[in-house]
Structure formats: structure tokens, C-alpha cells
Write a protein that binds this ligand. Structure first.
Ligand code: SF4
Length: 368
């Protein structure tokens, strides 16, 4: 990643520190930007009277805001960089700082993927009946498990991106329309700040008129979540490398097979650890309590475990048969191989207990 091509927009922060007469500021950055932190501290301390502390714990999203522990340290402003504000209150004054990247890749390499995907969604629209299928067949048709839950009404192209590329979306919308696509930049729910924004745990902008997607960004994280949530084909245009690609449906099917394998592995489990995230935007206490009550109803035990960070070394040793995770939904989806026991999403536990049916469609665990 070429950090020099990112705009860290520190001037607004300097202004904020000066006008608020802030004296102790916590600087919170995503992992990939931490390498720049010392340079930023030098800049901020030379232009203001504040002292700056790096919030050095891992930070993967705005769900993970610095909160009361830093307040106890006397921090009077949090500067949170590279993520946008979400619908949570950390209890501390927080300035969100946009980070944008200046790469503008050619659209042409993405066009063949988009044309293929539009054709796929047109075919799906034509055969748009949500079929009733039996349990055995459902277990053989993993990818359909997602698609069945999201019937189509149109084949529009949904244009989305990760936060540092969102400023490009309107230009790309025009270019795509010139290339003959019917484009929509989806607007999601309260957890999302900007049109076209996606989070690893929230794809609420999806709607039945969208038949396929173009994602501006890099890596598999958002593409996996979006396809797992929607079952719709997705092309990727990476502003860092200018390369185009697609999220392979085989990969999504592999993930679904793995999820189903974990459901089967935990089918006879009698006791579960229920993980509650302590991070402000991951805390789903009511859901965790609902899981505990549901387990009791089915004569199984549920033990509530609260954690700031979730990791195998912190939970594997508990003498339970499986875990259900109500913290960041991506821990179960992306990291379950690291755990010695099945690590399930709340929906998957409901399938095990017979409260939900796999054949009615796989439900991605979303935080609204
Ligand atoms: S995917 Fe996880 S880390 Fe990212 S915003 Fe959602 S809860 Fe936070």
C-alpha cells in the first residue's frame, strides 16, 4: 500500500484540537495505517498544545471505538481514522477522520465481468420463482441457499466501495451508465454513513432490484460478505492495483459447505459458550441472552462469556461443546478454522435447534 497516495486530512483535526483546547488526544487507526502513526503524532504535537496517545490495540472498524478506559486516563478527544461514524455512542467525544486514496483505475478490465454477471442475473430474474425444495436437496445446493432468500425484481448494477474509495463512486456511476449499465449506488441503514458504503457486518443497501455488484476496493473481506449475504455475482475493481476480478461463487460455496459442516459437528452439542463482544459497536447483549434462553428451552446449557477481543487462546479451554458468537459476525465466518470447537453464528445455532431451516435460505449474520 502506497501511504503517500492517501490523504489523511489532518488539518481538520488540528483545527478541532485547537478550538476545543484539547490536551490529551487518543489517535486510533486501522492496522494498515498504524505505520504512519508516529509521523502523525509529530505533526499534531507540533501544530497544537495537545499530547497524543496511540490507541495501540487492534482496531478493525468504527464498532471498536476508544471508550471509558482512555477516559480514565484523561483523554478528552478521540481521533478515529479511516472508518466512518456508525450508530453507536462510545461515551467519548470522537472526531472521525476520512482517509481517501487517490488511485482511479481504468474501468475497461471490469466490463467483461459485469456483462457476464448481468447475463447471470437476467437468467435468474427470468426463472424467478422461489422454489420449494426439500431438506436433502437444500443440503446439496449450497449456493442456492443464499440466492433463495433474495429474489430479484430487476438486474441493476449495485455500485459499492470501501470507505477510502467512496469519493470515486459518482464518477464511476456515470462511466458505467455510458457503458450501458443501469446503475444504483445503494443506501443502507443507520450503521452505514455514506451511499455505496459496505461494512463486513452490514450490507443493508441491498434490495431486490440489484442483480449484481461492482465493488471498488481490495481484498476478499467485503466481497465475501456481500456475496454471502445476497447470493449475487460481484466484480471487483481494485484501485491499488488497477486489476479487475470477481468473487468466485465456488469460494462462497466452499464457505457455505464449511458452515454446514460446523452445524453438523455441533448438532449433538449439549453445552455452548455464548460470546458477547465488549466493543461498543459489537455488543449484542440482548441477542446473547436470547440465545441462552433458546438453549434452555431445548434443554441445553449456555454460558455467557464477555470479551473485548475474541481469540482461540481465550476460549478454547472452556469445557463446552461449541461456541456461538454474538460479537463481530466475521469472527465465525472468517476465522472458525483457528478454533478447536465449532464456532457458530446465531442463525446457525437456530438451525441446530430447529428454530430456523437451512433450506429456507442461509442468513448472513448482520449487525443492523
Ligand atoms: S465487520 Fe466486525 S470489525 Fe467490521 S465493522 Fe462490523 S463488527 Fe466491526
Amino acid at each position: 500500500m502506497d501511504l503517500k497516495r492517501h490523504d489523511f486530512q489532518l488539518d481538520e483535526l488540528v483545527e478541532k484540537i485547537r478550538t476545543g483546547d484539547h490536551r490529551l488526544v487518543a489517535l486510533q487507526l486501522p492496522e494498515g495505517l498504524k505505520i504512519q502513526a508516529l509521523e502523525m503524532i509529530d505533526a499534531l504535537e507540533s501544530k497544537t498544545d495537545a499530547k497524543v496517545i496511540i490507541a495501540a490495540d487492534p482496531c478493525y472498524g468504527a464498532c471498536d471505538l476508544v471508550h471509558h478506559k482512555m477516559q480514565m486516563m484523561g483523554v478528552d478527544l478521540v481521533a478515529h481514522m479511516g472508518h466512518s461514524q456508525m450508530n453507536i455512542d462510545s461515551g467519548m467525544e470522537t472526531q472521525f477522520i476520512d482517509v481517501t486514496y487517490d488511485g482511479v483505475p481504468e474501468l475497461a478490465p471490469a466490463i467483461p465481468y459485469l456483462e457476464t454477471h448481468r447475463k447471470m442475473s437476467q437468467e435468474r430474474l427470468t426463472n424467478n420463482s422461489v422454489e420449494e425444495i426439500g431438506e436433502d436437496e437444500a443440503h446439496e445446493r449450497f449456493l442456492d441457499a443464499v440466492g433463495r432468500a433474495t429474489p430479484l425484481s430487476d438486474v441493476k448494477l449495485g455500485l459499492v466501495g470501501s470507505i477510502q474509495h467512496l469519493h470515486l463512486l459518482n464518477n464511476y456511476k456515470e462511466m458505467l451508465e455510458d457503458a450501458g449499465f443501469d446503475v444504483v449506488i445503494p443506501t443502507g441503514g443507520e450503521r452505514l454513513t455514506f451511499p455505496g458504503q459496505v461494512l463486513g457486518c452490514n450490507y443493508s443497501g441491498d434490495d431486490p432490484s440489484i442483480g449484481h455488484y461492482l465493488f471498488l476496493g481490495s481484498g476478499d473481506f467485503h466481497p465475501i460478505g456481500l456475496v454471502l449475504h445476497t447470493g449475487k455475482p460481484l466484480a471487483i475493481l481494485d484501485p491499488y492495483t488497477s486489476e479487475a476480478g470477481e468473487m468466485s461463487l465456488e469460494k462462497i460455496e466452499r464457505i457455505l459447505r464449511q458452515r454446514f459442516g460446523l452445524i453438523m459437528a455441533a448438532d449433538n452439542a449439549k453445552s455452548f459458550g455464548i460470546l458477547i463482544g465488549e466493543k461498543p459497536g459489537q455488543m449484542r447483549r440482548s441477542m446473547a441472552l436470547r440465545m441462552k434462553r433458546m438453549l434452555e428451552k431445548h434443554d441445553k446449557k449456555g454460558y455467557l462469556l464477555a470479551l473485548e477481543h475474541v481469540g482461540p487462546e481465550l476460549i478454547d479451554f472452556y469445557p463446552v461443546d461449541a461456541f456461538v458468537n454474538t460479537a463481530c459476525p466475521r469472527i465465525a465466518i472468517d476465522d472458525s478454522v483457528r478454533y478447536a470447537k465449532p464456532l457458530l453464528t446465531p442463525f446457525e445455532l437456530e438451525v441446530i435447534l430447529g428454530e430456523k431451516q437451512w433450506e429456507e435460505g442461509y442468513q448472513f449474520d448482520e449487525i443492523p
